[in-house]
Design a binder for this molecule. Structure first.
Ligand SMILES: [Mn+2]
Length: 270
């Protein structure tokens, strides 16, 4: 909220696009969700922590204390928060600004039209009560880690979730690497691993070049030299900074993290 004040966000005339992981480490998840859900002209794409929350809410996995999700489960807003995430996109495309938002990025061997179709199909699965349970129960797996056109059903949906919400490094073959998590690309460049955005430009569509904004990769430190890819995660979750980029002015705003407090000492105000 401090960053929204800093940028003077006006929900009557501005649009706010959030890169996901709204919850999962921060000290005030219920308050955060209440604020996001009440704001007009605001869209957040699904992040891996948001999906993990959905699995927790379905009773598929138990919440880890460090994720600070119990406070949401105990809140009267829990059902609304579940509904909010169920209806959130994996990929948001702004047609007039030529802008895309995805939590981790877009699989570089896909074209934007295909990525849009895959995201749409998987979101439809998430909105279906029965198929959501099946998908969430089978979500915690790194395979398949490479796309091929024979993938379908659960395998395709899981690849879609993993690429949109967990992707960071990959091999030239197109295989995603999920083992090197909180790591900067320089440390693994001799292992044949590359940041996903170095291996393709999936943001081209009908001769138009879209710009992609993503979060997820705090260890990258928002260092990305590609002209049409904007990395925004500056490690707020580790006590570093929270970043925001204004498309119209190309200005980046950053504020210092207001602090990560251990979940056990938090008392929800809602
Ligand atoms: Mn993430």
């Amino acid at each position: 909220m401090a960053l929204l004040e800093e940028i003077k966000f006006d929900e009557a005339k501005d649009e706010l696009l959030l890169t996901g992981d709204l919850i999962g480490r921060g000290p005030f998840p219920v308050e955060t969700m209440k604020a996001v859900m009440s704001m007009k002209n605001t869209v957040s794409v699904l992040g891996n922590h948001d999906l993990n929350f959905l699995a927790v809410a379905e009773g598929i996995v138990t919440p880890r204390p460090k994720d600070n999700l119990q406070v949401i489960l105990d809140s009267p807003l829990c059902a609304d928060i579940v509904k909010y995430f169920i209806n959130s996109p994996l990929l948001f495309i702004h047609k007039t600004k030529l802008l895309c938002v995805a939590h981790a990025g877009i699989y570089p061997l896909w074209e934007l039209t295909f990525a849009k179709k895959a995201a749409k199909e998987t979101c439809k699965v998430i909105r279906d009560d029965l198929r959501r349970k099946i998908l969430l129960a089978n979500m915690y797996c790194d395979e398949p880690n490479i796309y091929n056109e024979n993938l379908s059903g659960l395998k395709l949906w899981r690849f879609t979730l993993n690429s949109f919400t967990r992707m960071r490094l990959m091999y030239r073959t197109g295989a995603l690497d999920f083992k090197n998590n909180a790591i900067s690309p320089e440390l693994v460049k001799n292992d044949g691993l590359y940041p996903w955005f170095d291996l393709g430009n999936p943001m081209q569509r009908k001769k138009k070049q879209y710009t992609l904004v993503f979060g997820h990769w705090a260890a990258l430190g928002a260092k990305c030299q590609r002209p049409f890819v904007k990395a925004l995660d500056t490690g707020c979750v580790w006590g570093d900074r929270l970043s925001c980029w204004c498309f119209d002015t190309d200005k980046t705003y950053r504020i210092k993290s207001l602090g990560y407090t251990e979940p056990k000492v938090q008392v929800s105000k809602v």
